[in-house]
Design a protein around this ligand. Structure first.
Ligand code: UD1
Length: 364
């Protein structure tokens, strides 16, 4: 059985790695890795292939950055050629990036089965490009693997047949568990002169936060307030770095003595930094889940989340971009009143095995 596994952007790599590994070890399965090149900087891509022991992609499409329409269209044009040549039994996509939706649409029009891993998540915010990608991909998928119970409800209410949908756990947590010991050997704390629990780790890249100068400046104000009480470590996404210079915020960022601005980090270094952080301040999707698994407080600078289990069961709180709300939650953490959480069902390191077993028994 030949399955094309698609990766494109940074959050895809840690999701595909365990699936690719289990497929490789499964008799009769022939995984074929396609990298669209949506992310192409060394630090956004190559570092992850190395850290996650991903094989070199069988095909690299070299798409790069562009507007949503151009990026999506270019991926579709190139991916159609791959399907014509490789004739897979199915295409497996993960997450909600433009590569996910683009490759799914192509497969669907060519009658190739689509497997979506991390299906059913909904923020109910159609202003997020990812929400459109999720809805599109789920609506044309043949097999949908869900990380949390909310996904089952959403897919049912959208009319997706029950037999296509499986709650299997979380492949990103598979990677976290698989690489936990290796990440613990990272020297990043010493390299950055940091101590456990003595810093907050920031990530920020959502268009809703960084593309609007008013919102971005409000977040910088907030960081200025927080860094007086705790060190801040901020590995910055290329999009956000660009905006800082476009909006003339460089000097203010440089003037914060307790803020360390870093280039994007590889997987193992970032996991180690997260594991040892007092608190995460983020607008990422995946980090909400990783912190819930690790039991580390997560303050999410968004108005909504497509991952409600991290709120209902985990350590996550939603604060939007409001300075007072962010600061209030930060103080709770500092004062030892952070929310306690539990690990959601099936986030046990074996999601990829369940997925591959179901694929084996279902496709064809
Ligand atoms: C994409 C995903 C988002 C995910 C994020 C993680 C979509 C719609 N969004 O957003 O869900 O959370 O990846 O990083 O697919 N850039 C570089 N080098 C790179 C990649 C990007 O400099 O290797 C810069 C470019 O200026 C580019 C911008 O980042 O225009 C945005 O990249 P893009 O792939 O469009 O989306 P992300 O914001 O990274």
């Amino acid at each position: 059985m030949k399955i094309i596994n698609v990766v494109g952007a940074r959050p895809n790599f840690m999701k595909i790695a365990p699936i690719q590994r289990v497929m490789n070890a499964t008799e009769g399965m022939e995984p074929f890795l396609v990298h669209t090149g949506q992310h192409y900087d060394e630090r956004m891509s190559k570092f992850f292939f190395d850290d996650l022991q991903l094989p070199q992609p069988d095909v690299y499409l070299n798409i790069g950055s562009a507007s949503h329409a151009v990026q999506t269209a270019k991926i579709m044009i190139e991916f159609e050629q791959v399907l014509l040549k490789e004739k897979p039994d199915a295409v497996l996509v993960v997450g909600d990036v433009n590569s996910t939706a683009a490759c799914s649409i192509v497969a669907s029009k060519m009658g190739v089965k689509i497997i979506h891993v991390e299906a059913g998540l909904r923020s109910f915010d159609r202003g997020m490009p990812e929400e459109i990608n999720r809805i599109l991909t789920d609506s044309i998928s043949d097999l949908l693997f869900v990380t949390e119970e909310s996904g089952l409800r959403h897919l049912k209410s959208e009319g997706i047949a029950d037999e296509k949908v499986h709650l299997v756990g979380n492949v990103m947590i598979d990677s976290l568990i698989f690489f936990k010991e290796k990440a613990a050997q990272s020297t990043v704390l010493q390299d950055l002169d940091l101590e456990k629990d003595a810093y907050a780790l920031i990530t920020l890249h959502r268009p809703s936060n960084v593309d609007d100068p008013v919102v971005f400046e409000r977040l910088i104000n907030t960081f200025e307030k927080i860094e007086k009480e705790l060190k801040l470590v901020f590995p910055i996404h290329p999009r956000s770095r660009k905006r800082i210079s476009e909006f003339g915020l460089e000097e203010r960022v440089a003037a914060m003595p307790n803020l360390k601005l870093l280039d994007p980090l590889g997987y193992l270094d970032f996991m180690h930094l997260m594991h040892n952080a007092r608190v995460l301040l983020t607008d990422s999707g995946g980090i909400q889940e990783e912190t819930t698994y690790l039991g580390i407080p997560c303050i999410t600078m968004r108005e909504n989340t497509e991952r409600p289990v991290t709120i209902d069961v985990g350590t996550n709180v939603l604060v939007g971009s409001d300075t007072d709300k962010i600061y209030t939650e930060f103080k709770k953490v500092i004062n030892g009143q952070a929310k306690k959480g539990e690990i959601p069902p099936l986030w046990d390191g074996h999601a990829a095995e369940r997925i591959v077993e179901i694929i084996k028994n279902t496709i064809r």
